[in-house]
Design a protein around this ligand. Structure first.
Ligand SMILES: C[S@@+](CC[C@H](N)C(=O)[O-])C[C@H]1O[C@@H](n2cnc3c(N)ncnc32)[C@H](O)[C@@H]1O
Length: 309
């Protein structure tokens, strides 16, 4: 895939400098993509270090198999990061990981590859699955789901004000013509949105919502965060690059949840004041103006750094 040359890893230096606490350590890149962050981790760590990387997308895995085939410190896995505990046990690193990186969501390679159906600017089959080896495509869902459910998805995951009208028009259209391609959906959205946002394409919110829904992005993030405490070594870090407020909310809720679940068994007769939190929030970082100019995709990015106590 030649368009991988245009992929620029978001906040690469900031993310990796917060991830690496030990040059000889064990690290996981839970969203490998086209390997931008992974390559930087390998450059910044010693010959004793290990890097394990996961991606749901088989194309990304195949690309990195070739790209990093010479690298002895590197292990690849095709799968979902919600099974990270299982993978860590298989790799024999459960409880000894120094840092896990998450660069969430869609990659620029996905958006640029018309055939994946992630972009409302390119006509293609309406798919949007990160893992094309399993699950249903967006087209299958929107041709089957009840109107109310489509409305809910667009509102909950896309904060789409016109969710009701769009859902209604999807259902009306599909009676005679199943919706198969991205541009068919874009036309229905364009007809349904009454007030145009001059800074955003009419389809931005609906496409985001359907992508989050079809890949269960918020559910798997919650699941892996809950598993991460036991995967990490003491002082191990989670570095999470997020791109929208729904991901931020999952992380915020997780921090509140762990604050109430302190790291010593409850039955021990120790006063709450003497117990420590499971994670502390070390930092929140935003991209510099220079980075946003160079790579507009970084515009909405934020890094959350959490450290296991
Ligand atoms: C923003 S891109 C990562 C880009 C990467 N950091 C780089 O520099 O090339 C996100 C990647 O995570 C993958 N992904 C998204 N959700 C995933 C999940 N639940 N489990 C594993 N991989 C996932 C996507 O397929 C995509 O390749």
């Amino acid at each position: 895939m030649n368009n991988t040359n245009f992929h620029i890893p978001v906040m690469k230096h900031e993310a990796i400098s917060h991830l690496l606490s030990d040059r000889d350590g064990i690290y996981i890149d839970a969203t490998l993509g086209y390997g931008g962050h992974s390559k930087h981790i390998l450059e910044e760590t010693s010959s004793k270090s290990k890097l394990y990387a996961i991606d749901k997308d088989i194309d990304a895995i195949e690309f990195n198999k070739k790209e990093l085939s010479e690298e002895k410190r590197f292990t690849l896995k095709h799968g979902c990061f919600s099974s990270l505990d299982e993978y860590a046990r298989t790799w024999n690193i459960y409880g000894s990981v120094n840092g896990i990186l998450f660069d969430l969501g869609v990659s620029s390679v996905h958006l640029d590859s018309a055939e994946r159906g992630f972009s409302f600017n390119k006509n293609a089959a309406l798919d949007m699955r990160f893992d094309r080896t399993e699950g249903k495509k967006v087209s299958e869902y929107i041709n089957e789901l009840p109107e109310k459910e489509i409305e809910y998805i667009l509102r909950a995951y896309g904060q789409e004000k016109f969710s009701r009208r769009i859902a209604k028009n999807i259902v009306k259209h599909r009676i005679n013509n199943p919706i198969i391609e991205t541009f068919e959906l874009v036309n229905i959205i364009n007809k349904s949105v009454i007030v145009n946002d001059k800074n955003k394409h009419n389809a931005t919110r609906s496409f985001q919502a359907l992508r989050i829904f079809v890949n269960k992005e918020l559910e798997v993030l919650k699941e892996v965060l809950e598993k991460s405490y036991n995967i990490l070594a003491p002082k191990g870090r989670l570095v999470l690059i997020t791109y929208h407020s729904l991901e931020e909310k999952v992380i915020k809720d997780f921090i509140v949840f762990t604050d109430h679940n302190l790291n010593t068994p409850r039955k021990l007769p120790i006063k709450k004041d003497f117990l420590t939190r499971m994670f502390t929030v070390i930092k929140k970082v935003k991209p510099s103006c220079d980075e946003v100019t160079l790579n507009p995709r970084s515009r909405s990015a934020k890094i959350n750094v959490l450290e296991k106590q």
